[in-house]
Design a protein around this ligand. Structure first.
Ligand SMILES: [Zn+2]
Length: 168
Protein backbone atom coordinates (compact mmCIF):
# COMPACT_ATOMS: atom_id res chain seq x y z
CA UNK A 1 0.00 0.00 0.00
CA UNK A 2 1.10 3.54 -0.63
CA UNK A 3 -1.11 5.35 1.86
CA UNK A 4 1.03 8.04 3.43
CA UNK A 5 -1.61 9.86 5.41
CA UNK A 6 -5.03 8.70 6.52
CA UNK A 7 -7.35 11.27 8.06
CA UNK A 8 -10.32 9.88 9.93
CA UNK A 9 -13.21 12.16 9.08
CA UNK A 10 -15.82 10.45 11.22
CA UNK A 11 -16.53 6.92 12.34
CA UNK A 12 -17.06 5.58 8.82
CA UNK A 13 -15.09 7.68 6.34
CA UNK A 14 -11.38 8.22 5.85
CA UNK A 15 -9.51 10.59 3.60
CA UNK A 16 -6.39 8.82 2.31
CA UNK A 17 -3.40 10.43 0.68
CA UNK A 18 -1.83 7.78 -1.53
CA UNK A 19 1.51 8.52 -3.14
CA UNK A 20 3.17 5.77 -5.14
CA UNK A 21 5.91 7.96 -6.54
CA UNK A 22 6.78 9.93 -3.41
CA UNK A 23 5.98 13.32 -4.86
CA UNK A 24 6.01 16.42 -2.71
CA UNK A 25 3.65 15.14 -0.05
CA UNK A 26 1.13 17.02 2.05
CA UNK A 27 1.89 20.24 3.88
CA UNK A 28 -0.07 21.81 6.68
CA UNK A 29 0.08 25.51 5.92
CA UNK A 30 -1.35 28.81 7.16
CA UNK A 31 -2.35 31.61 4.77
CA UNK A 32 1.14 33.06 4.40
CA UNK A 33 2.67 29.66 3.76
CA UNK A 34 0.00 28.91 1.14
CA UNK A 35 0.93 32.16 -0.63
CA UNK A 36 4.59 31.17 -0.58
CA UNK A 37 3.84 27.76 -2.05
CA UNK A 38 1.58 29.16 -4.76
CA UNK A 39 4.13 31.87 -5.61
CA UNK A 40 6.43 29.15 -6.92
CA UNK A 41 3.81 27.85 -9.33
CA UNK A 42 3.02 29.10 -12.80
CA UNK A 43 -0.56 29.85 -13.80
CA UNK A 44 -3.06 26.98 -13.79
CA UNK A 45 -3.02 25.21 -17.16
CA UNK A 46 -6.80 25.64 -17.47
CA UNK A 47 -6.46 29.44 -17.25
CA UNK A 48 -3.64 29.95 -19.74
CA UNK A 49 -4.87 31.59 -22.92
CA UNK A 50 -2.99 31.36 -26.19
CA UNK A 51 -1.07 34.63 -25.87
CA UNK A 52 0.07 33.79 -22.33
CA UNK A 53 1.07 30.31 -23.47
CA UNK A 54 3.26 31.66 -26.27
CA UNK A 55 4.85 34.13 -23.89
CA UNK A 56 5.49 31.57 -21.14
CA UNK A 57 7.24 29.19 -23.50
CA UNK A 58 8.94 31.40 -26.05
CA UNK A 59 12.72 31.21 -26.03
CA UNK A 60 12.93 28.61 -23.27
CA UNK A 61 15.89 26.28 -23.20
CA UNK A 62 15.37 22.55 -22.94
CA UNK A 63 12.92 20.06 -24.35
CA UNK A 64 9.27 21.01 -24.84
CA UNK A 65 8.19 18.13 -22.62
CA UNK A 66 10.36 19.42 -19.76
CA UNK A 67 8.92 22.91 -20.17
CA UNK A 68 5.34 21.62 -20.07
CA UNK A 69 6.10 19.49 -16.99
CA UNK A 70 7.77 22.40 -15.15
CA UNK A 71 5.19 23.48 -12.55
CA UNK A 72 6.85 26.87 -12.19
CA UNK A 73 6.05 27.60 -15.86
CA UNK A 74 2.52 26.17 -16.04
CA UNK A 75 0.91 24.34 -13.15
CA UNK A 76 -1.10 21.19 -13.50
CA UNK A 77 0.33 19.19 -16.39
CA UNK A 78 1.52 15.69 -15.47
CA UNK A 79 3.32 13.04 -17.44
CA UNK A 80 0.32 11.42 -19.19
CA UNK A 81 -1.20 14.78 -20.12
CA UNK A 82 2.06 16.03 -21.64
CA UNK A 83 2.53 12.93 -23.78
CA UNK A 84 -1.08 13.08 -24.97
CA UNK A 85 -0.85 16.80 -25.78
CA UNK A 86 2.40 16.48 -27.71
CA UNK A 87 1.12 13.47 -29.65
CA UNK A 88 -1.98 15.42 -30.68
CA UNK A 89 0.07 18.44 -31.64
CA UNK A 90 2.50 16.21 -33.61
CA UNK A 91 5.53 17.54 -31.78
CA UNK A 92 8.35 15.22 -30.62
CA UNK A 93 8.84 15.48 -26.84
CA UNK A 94 12.60 16.19 -27.07
CA UNK A 95 12.24 19.11 -29.47
CA UNK A 96 14.01 22.15 -27.99
CA UNK A 97 11.28 24.61 -27.03
CA UNK A 98 13.09 27.55 -28.62
CA UNK A 99 13.13 25.72 -31.99
CA UNK A 100 9.34 25.45 -32.15
CA UNK A 101 7.52 27.71 -34.56
CA UNK A 102 4.65 29.84 -33.34
CA UNK A 103 2.39 27.59 -35.38
CA UNK A 104 3.60 24.50 -33.49
CA UNK A 105 3.14 26.25 -30.14
CA UNK A 106 -0.40 27.16 -31.17
CA UNK A 107 -1.10 23.52 -31.99
CA UNK A 108 0.23 22.49 -28.57
CA UNK A 109 -1.97 25.07 -26.87
CA UNK A 110 -5.06 23.91 -28.78
CA UNK A 111 -4.31 20.26 -27.92
CA UNK A 112 -3.77 21.22 -24.29
CA UNK A 113 -7.23 22.75 -24.11
CA UNK A 114 -8.97 19.76 -25.67
CA UNK A 115 -7.07 17.14 -23.67
CA UNK A 116 -7.56 18.97 -20.37
CA UNK A 117 -11.25 19.52 -20.97
CA UNK A 118 -11.86 15.82 -21.70
CA UNK A 119 -9.67 14.78 -18.77
CA UNK A 120 -11.38 17.06 -16.28
CA UNK A 121 -14.74 15.72 -17.45
CA UNK A 122 -13.56 12.09 -17.11
CA UNK A 123 -11.71 12.67 -13.82
CA UNK A 124 -8.50 11.23 -15.36
CA UNK A 125 -6.68 11.19 -18.68
CA UNK A 126 -9.14 8.84 -20.39
CA UNK A 127 -7.41 5.66 -21.63
CA UNK A 128 -9.41 5.58 -24.88
CA UNK A 129 -7.96 3.42 -27.64
CA UNK A 130 -8.06 6.44 -29.94
CA UNK A 131 -5.74 8.28 -27.53
CA UNK A 132 -2.05 7.67 -26.94
CA UNK A 133 -2.92 7.18 -23.26
CA UNK A 134 -5.06 4.16 -24.18
CA UNK A 135 -2.09 2.49 -25.91
CA UNK A 136 0.94 3.48 -23.88
CA UNK A 137 0.84 0.46 -21.60
CA UNK A 138 0.44 -2.09 -24.43
CA UNK A 139 3.41 -4.46 -24.74
CA UNK A 140 4.10 -3.14 -28.27
CA UNK A 141 2.14 0.09 -28.53
CA UNK A 142 1.00 1.21 -31.97
CA UNK A 143 0.11 4.78 -32.82
CA UNK A 144 -3.70 5.17 -32.90
CA UNK A 145 -3.33 7.68 -35.75
CA UNK A 146 -0.87 6.07 -38.20
CA UNK A 147 -0.39 2.50 -36.90
CA UNK A 148 3.40 2.81 -36.54
CA UNK A 149 5.26 1.42 -33.54
CA UNK A 150 5.53 4.02 -30.84
CA UNK A 151 8.76 4.64 -28.97
CA UNK A 152 9.27 4.85 -25.26
CA UNK A 153 12.15 6.45 -23.43
CA UNK A 154 12.89 8.74 -20.49
CA UNK A 155 12.40 12.43 -21.11
CA UNK A 156 12.23 14.97 -18.27
CA UNK A 157 12.92 12.07 -15.90
CA UNK A 158 9.71 10.27 -16.80
CA UNK A 159 8.70 7.44 -19.12
CA UNK A 160 7.67 9.14 -22.32
CA UNK A 161 5.80 7.58 -25.24
CA UNK A 162 5.62 9.08 -28.70
CA UNK A 163 5.16 8.24 -32.37
CA UNK A 164 8.34 8.87 -34.38
CA UNK A 165 6.29 9.01 -37.59
CA UNK A 166 3.71 11.58 -36.52
CA UNK A 167 5.79 13.59 -34.07
CA UNK A 168 8.70 15.33 -35.72
ZN1 LIG B 1 1.74 7.99 -35.61
Amino acid sequence: MHDRIVLMLDGTRNLCYRDQRKLQGVQLADGAAVDRILDGLGPDALDVNREDFLELLSGRRGAIKSALMDQSVIAGLGNLLCDEILWRARVAPRTPTRNLSEKALRRIHAALGRVLEASVRAGCVPPRRSWLTGRRDDSEPLCPRCGSSMRSSRVAGRRTVWCPQCQT
